[in-house]
Design a protein around this ligand. Structure first.
Ligand code: HEC
Length: 203
């Protein structure tokens, strides 16, 4: 009886551990996505709708851990996520102003955004040496070109970046994830109690 009880408790603990690991990996993914954005995109695109303080809170990033912030390419001072590229320079260089990307995951949708980021290919006839099969004529350079040799790295970079852009378009996603996890934990615990109660009565 005692062994059965212990094994039940272990199972519940395992379920909770799996759920928590899932939450942890989502946060890791978002952090990686944020660092990819800071490394490859903010040179030209802003995230005007994102409050940096909120981002650090949602991604559980320690504000005092400067080394960690650096490793994620995040600013150590309170700031907003605006590109330093001026509209004038953008028009001169690209003949258009790169759009703000806060809502891009909602505007284009996840699938189209993914196709766009995979759609670059080398084209020596173009100003920046690349073109995009989803957007012929677009003037964005293939900024992820250095990663295209390593398929695995490219996949995880684009996946996490898109995950991050989904978060910026709807930051409540993290709260919903945690609420979901909390709810699952509660269901697991209630289920455990009920099963044991039923066993006590019927067995
Ligand atoms: C060197 C500048 C530059 C960098 C860096 C850059 N982009 Fe762009 N991006 C542009 C320009 C220019 C456009 C085209 C604007 C236009 O023609 O309307 C664009 C357009 C886009 C679009 C809109 C496509 C559409 O359907 O209209 C998306 C999405 C985008 N960029 C994503 C990204 C992401 C993600 C990164 C980082 C991995 C990034 N960009 C990095 C310059 C840049």
């Amino acid at each position: 009886m005692l062994i059965m009880y212990i094994s039940q408790i272990l199972k519940v603990m395992l379920a909770i551990l799996v759920i928590c690991t899932q939450a942890y990996s989502t946060t890791q993914q978002l952090r990686h996505g944020a660092s990819v954005f800071m490394e490859y995109c903010i040179g030209c695109h802003s995230l005007q709708a994102v409050r940096y303080q909120q981002l650090r809170k949602d991604l559980a990033i320690d504000t005092l851990d400067i080394a960690h912030l650096r490793s994620l390419h995040l600013p150590s001072q309170p700031s907003d996520l605006y590109t330093s590229l001026s509209k004038k320079d953008a028009r001169n260089w690209f003949a258009s102003v790169p759009p703000d990307l806060s809502m891009i995951a909602l505007i284009l949708g996840k699938k189209e955004l993914k196709q766009y980021l995979y759609g670059f290919y080398p084209d020596v006839m173009r100003n920046f040496g690349s073109a995009n099969n989803q957007r012929p004529g677009i003037n964005m350079p293939d900024v992820l070109a250095p990663l295209r040799q390593d398929r695995e790295k490219l996949d995880s970079t684009i996946d996490d970046l898109i995950e991050f852009l989904e978060y910026t378009a709807d930051p409540s996603i993290t709260v919903r994830t945690y609420m979901g996890i909390l709810l699952l934990c509660i269901i697991v615990i209630i289920g455990f109690v009920l099963i044991n109660y039923a066993k006590l009565i019927f067995v």
